[in-house]
Design a protein around this ligand. Sequence first.
Ligand code: APR
Length: 256
Amino acid sequence: MSVEDALRRLRAARRAVALTGAGVSTASGLPDFRSVGGLWVGVDPMTVASRTALERDPAAFYAFYRGRLARLDGASPNPAHRALVALERAGRLRAVLTQNVDGLHQAAGSAHVVELHGNLREAACIACGGIAPIAALIAPLDAGRLPRCERCGGLLKPNVVLFEDPMPADAWRRAVLEARAADVMLVVGSSLQVTPAAYLPRETLDRGGALVIVNREPTPYDRDAAVVIHGEADRILPAISRGLDGREEAPSGATN
Ligand code: APR
């Protein structure tokens, strides 16, 4: 199937929504999780990105996240992010439901983003739930200390959903509403293997909506999708955006 098939679906869509995963950010230099070179290749996420890891092996936990934060420093939105902004501004996309925590959709200029797995911009206290800028976690780590909450002294973690954590209730509620209301869900750069996020395409399908999947590799939803394009998101999305409205992507450096 081709970009033309995707264009037909999106042109006819009354209420399209995007669901994105780490594959939309690999062109920005951020590794995904399950591809070759991904973060979980040869690494058990339970040992570095779970509540158990934080409590039993804080050194490994913080080393893993300090590495992710360092990579984020040099990352900026790529043409895939900007194409989604152009679709949103052209009234073709209602919202971006993202599993990503890198903030690149917002940095590109997407105004309606639902972060299903939290974000790396903030730190959260595991004891009182207090939120602080991520610098409150980075500075003590770089000084060789454990990051602690100013209010209660509890350990700080990046404000992301760890393995063994529940998804943020408000984000999940919003995402389900958007998925159920969508007549087209544009899935970009996700293996669709991690629940509950991977249930969202089913919410769209069960109400008669259609899936348009843009992913480098096959996903479990390919057989249920109206359109499947296996390829690079940072090439395919600009082609879709160009085909819909002539504008390939939002001007770089766009702000919300
Ligand atoms: N263009 C298109 N697809 C790509 C690109 C690209 N440039 N780069 C990678 N991909 C595809 C990969 O082939 C893979 O199928 O994106 C998908 C990314 O899948 P995962 O690595 O599993 O990432 P994701 O689906 O976002 O993972 C979901 O798992 O561990 C958790 O919290 C983590 O949010 C993450 C969740």
